[in-house]
Design a protein around this ligand. Structure first.
Ligand SMILES: NC(=O)c1ccc[n+]([C@@H]2O[C@H](COP(=O)([O-])OP(=O)(O)OC[C@H]3O[C@@H](n4cnc5c(N)ncnc54)[C@H](O)[C@@H]3O)[C@@H](O)[C@H]2O)c1
Ligand SMILES: [Zn+2]
Ligand SMILES: [Zn+2]
Length: 396
């Protein structure tokens, strides 16, 4: 089959690889019909390179048709249409029973000290072959895959694999009080969907901050009050403007949907780039021990949120020893909540919104549909934010 494979920093290719097969009684094989490209993939494309091996298959946002199931997957049959969560979880361990499948104790990658295994997400998450491929082996298929109806386009349900539950969790964790305000940093697919969900749930003031004109424009059209980072002299001016718009105090909650690739921390950027040029073993250690994150977005969130407010991190951070302004966090009495999205935890809340009325606008959410063979171009364009790109869906 053909699959998108990682070969080095900013080098992805479409290779011919062996078809996946059922290996465990709880496996299923999916024929992928659509597969998303995510901001998380961009981390692998560049800064998480030390944790990748050449030939690793990328991707974690698939929808498709079940081809084959193992003997211990009672609820699925060949021909079923399913969307598959980006994390692999068992559904019956202590963590899964408590709604925390990203911490699944059956699939935890203990060698790396990580939580649940993820599709296509480096050695840190189990080196599981990913979903930007014609076929996908789905481990723990007795729990993960979500059956969806025939009829609507793939895009209607595809985002249940990641974007929707991630944005949903971000807004839930933000815990905006009635009549309150929410600022969302980053208006990529995750941030923009977080804005849509917050507005749908009745959050009164939703503020979006980014610096890409097309992304600001898209959010504005849906009723978000947008602030263009690049229009301010410095961060302090931006913070002052947002504060002024929120009664002088700042928003009640801030969602950070940027993560480690934030613009605006040049020193850390140099460190990060050095890490990706070092020999692999050294680079991995530097990344984990020294902490090479770019924390610009998180620092902005900390300064922006009102005293006593909440920060909800959905952007991915990966350094182990990044400096945090503890004085400010403590003094402002900030609540910090974060993590990979617990996909199945939120699916029952989200599914009723995936109707013909399409209140979240999922049917038209993708900016680009491309064949899987265009993956190298898709990654490049998405990283550079060219051509008005936001969400890319690839078709094998
Ligand atoms: N928690 C989860 O389960 C989960 C799931 C999916 C994605 N993610 C993470 O969410 C983040 C966003 O993903 P995406 O697909 O939307 O990616 P993306 O890279 O398209 O979006 C990031 C956006 O942030 C903007 N940005 C950069 N620096 C900024 C700054 N200092 N202030 C404000 N905006 C800034 C960029 O212009 C871009 O539009 C990534 O870190 C990704 O890894 C987390
Ligand atoms: Zn994703
Ligand atoms: Zn589990």
């Amino acid at each position: 089959m053909r699959a998108v494979t990682w070969h080095g920093k900013r080098d992805v290719r479409v290779d011919e690889v062996p078809d996946p097969r059922i290996e465990q009684p709880t496996d299923a094989i999916l024929r992928v019909t659509s597969t998303g490209l995510c901001g998380s993939d961009l981390h692998l494309y560049e800064v998480l390179a030390p944790f990748m091996n050449p030939g690793d298959i990328l991707g974690h946002e698939p929808i498709g048709i079940v081809e084959e199931v193992g003997p211990e997957v009672p609820h699925l049959r060949p021909g079923d249409r399913v969307v598959v969560p980006f994390q692999i979880a068992c559904g019956h361990c202590w963590m899964c029973e408590r709604g925390l499948p990203t911490q699944c104790e059956t699939t935890q990658v203990s060698e790396e000290g990580s939580g649940a295994a993820l599709f296509g997400y480096s050695r840190l998450y189990g080196s599981v072959p990913g979903a930007q491929a014609e076929y996908l082996r789905v481990p723990q298929a007795q729990y993960g895959p979500i059956k969806v109806p025939e009829g609507p386009s793939d895009d209607r349900f595809l985002y249940l694999s990641d974007v929707l539950p991630t944005a949903w969790q971000a807004v839930r964790y933000a815990d905006v009080p009635p009549g309150g305000s929410l600022a969302v940093l980053g208006l990529g697919p995750i941030g923009e969907m977080s804005c849509r969900i917050a507005l749908h749930q009745g959050v009164e003031r939703v503020i979006g901050i980014d610096l890409v004109p097309e992304r600001l424009g898209r959010a504005r059209l849906r009723g978000v009050e947008v602030f263009d980072l690049s229009a301010y002299d410095g961060q302090d001016d931006l913070i002052a403007a947002v504060r002024e718009a929120t009664g002088g105090r700042g928003p009640d909650a801030v969602v950070d949907a940027v993560g480690t690739e934030a613009h605006g921390s040049p020193v850390a950027k140099a460190q990060q780039q050095a890490a990706t040029l070092l020999p692999r073993a050294w680079a991995a250690k530097l990344h984990q021990k020294v902490g090479t994150d770019r924390l610009a977005a998180l620092y902005l969130a900390i300064d922006l949120v009102r005293r006593g407010g909440t920060i909800s991190l959905s952007g991915v951070y990966g350094g182990a020893a990044d400096p945090l302004p503890m004085l400010t966090l403590f003094d402002k009495q900030i609540q910090l909540r974060m993590g990979q999205a617990n996909v199945r935890r939120w699916v029952d809340d989200i599914l009723p919104l995936l109707t013909d009325e399409d209140p979240l606008g999922v049917d038209t959410f993708a900016t680009h549909h491309l064949p899987l063979s265009d993956a190298p171009h898709a990654y490049r364009m998405f990283q550079r934010k060219e051509d008005g790109v936001s969400k890319i869906v690839m078709r094998p």
